[in-house]
Design a binder for this molecule. Structure first.
Ligand code: PLP
Length: 304
C-alpha cells in the first residue's frame, strides 16, 4: 500500500514540508477510506458475508469506497444516510452509479434504521456492518501500517519528521498513527490531528477509546493525543473563504487537489497552527487523506 511521499515547495517559517499522497491509493480515488476498507473487505471475505451495510453523509468518501468495493466483489451494499443535509455531490452520484441502495433517514433515527435494516437482512442474507468512516480496530490497524510506511520513508531518506499533520474526523486515522508511533517509541514526534467536525472533549475521547480498544488495555493516553478543534470553521462540511483560498493555492503551486471538507481544512489548520505556535526549521509531513471527488464539487466556487 506504500504511497508516494515527497517534498513540497510550500515554505512557511523555514520549515520543510513533505506530503504523503494517500489520495493516490489505487482503488476508487484512494484516500484513507480506501486504506481502511481494504482491511474490512478482507474480513468480509473471510467471514463469507454477502451484503455490506454502512452509513455516512452524501459527501462521505467512505460510502463511495465501500459501494465501489462491494460492487467490485459482487456484494450487495446498503448505505444509511442522514436526510437533513443531503445534497448531491460527486460522491453521492458515484454511490448511486455503483448501485448501492441508499436509505435516507433523520439523523436521530440513523441508529434505529441500522438495527432494523440489519434485522431484516439477517433473515435473508449474511450482512456485514461497517461503522461510519470505517471506524473500528481494523480501520485503526490500517493506519498503523501507514505509520510504518512513514518510518520506512524516514529511514530510506535519512530524515526525521518532527510533526505529522492530517485531517481528523472519527479519529480512526489518528488513532492508528498514534498507535504506530507509540509502538516505535518515537516520543519526540508530534502527530497533530486537525479536527474537521468534532469539538473536544468528545473528539479526543473517541481517539483515546480507539487506542484502548486497539491495544486491549485501559492505559491513559491523554498526553499522547493532539486533537486540535480550533479550525472547525462551523462544523462538518462548512468552510471559510480562507479554506477555499488554501485549496486553490495548493492546487496552483503544488498540483495537489485538496477539498474544503477535509484536507483543505486540515492544510489551512496546519498553517495557522504553525504560525500560532511559532514552529520553525522543522520537518513536517502532511498526509493527504483523500477525498479527490470533493475537489470537483468546489470547482464553481474556486472559479468565482
Ligand atoms: C474520513 C476522512 C478523514 C477523517 O478520517 P478519520 O479516520 O475518520 O478521522 C480525513 N480525510 C478524508 C479525505 C476523509 O474522507
Amino acid at each position: 500500500m506504500m504511497t508516494s511521499t515527497y517534498k513540497l515547495s510550500t515554505n512557511l517559517n523555514n520549515n520543510n514540508f513533505y506530503i504523503k499522497r494517500d489520495d493516490l491509493l489505487p482503488f476508487s480515488f484512494g484516500g484513507n477510506k480506501a486504506r481502511k476498507a481494504t482491511m474490512f473487505f478482507e474480513d468480509i471475505k473471510a467471514k463469507k458475508c454477502d451484503t455490506v451495510i454502512t452509513y455516512g453523509s452524501s459527501s462521505s468518501n467512505h460510502c463511495r469506497v465501500v459501494a465501489n468495493m462491494a460492487k467490485a466483489n459482487g456484494l450487495g451494499c446498503i448505505i444509511i444516510s442522514p436526510e437533513e443535509d443531503y445534497v448531491e455531490t460527486a460522491n453521492s452520484k458515484l454511490v448511486n452509479m455503483l448501485g448501492a441502495r441508499v436509505i435516507k433517514t433523520t439523523l436521530d433515527s440513523v441508529a434505529k434504521t441500522i438495527d432494523e435494516t440489519m434485522e431484516t437482512l439477517n433473515r435473508t442474507c449474511k450482512p456485514y456492518f461497517i461503522q461510519g468512516g470505517g471506524h473500528g480496530v481494523l480501520g485503526t490497524r490500517s493506519y498503523v501500517e501507514a505509520y510504518d510506511e512513514i518510518c520506512k520513508f524516514e529511514k530510506e531518506n535519512d530524515i526525521k519528521f518532527d510533526y505529522i499533520f492530517h485531517a481528523s474526523g472519527t479519529g480512526t486515522t489518528q488513532a492508528g498513527l498514534v498507535a504506530g508511533r507509540l509502538m516505535k517509541k518515537n516520543e519526540n514526534q508530534k502527530i497533530i490531528g486537525i479536527s474537521i467536525a468534532r469539538p473536544n472533549p468528545r473528539g479526543k475521547q473517541v481517539i483515546l477509546d480507539s487506542l484502548n480498544e486497539y491495544f486491549k488495555n485501559s492505559d491513559d493516553y491523554t498526553d499522547k493525543v493532539d486533537f486540535i478543534d480550533d479550525y472547525l470553521c462551523g462544523g462538518y462540511g462548512k468552510y471559510t473563504q480562507d479554506v477555499l483560498a488554501v485549496v486553490k493555492k495548493v492546487f496552483e503551486f503544488e498540483g495537489v487537489p485538496l477539498n474544503t471538507t477535509y484536507t483543505g481544512k486540515a492544510f489551512y489548520g496546519m498553517e495557522n497552527f504553525i504560525i500560532k505556535n511559532n514552529i520553525n526549521n522543522k520537518n513536517i509531513l502532511f498526509i493527504n487523506t483523500g477525498g479527490s471527488p470533493l475537489f470537483f464539487d468546489s470547482l464553481e466556487e474556486l472559479n468565482k
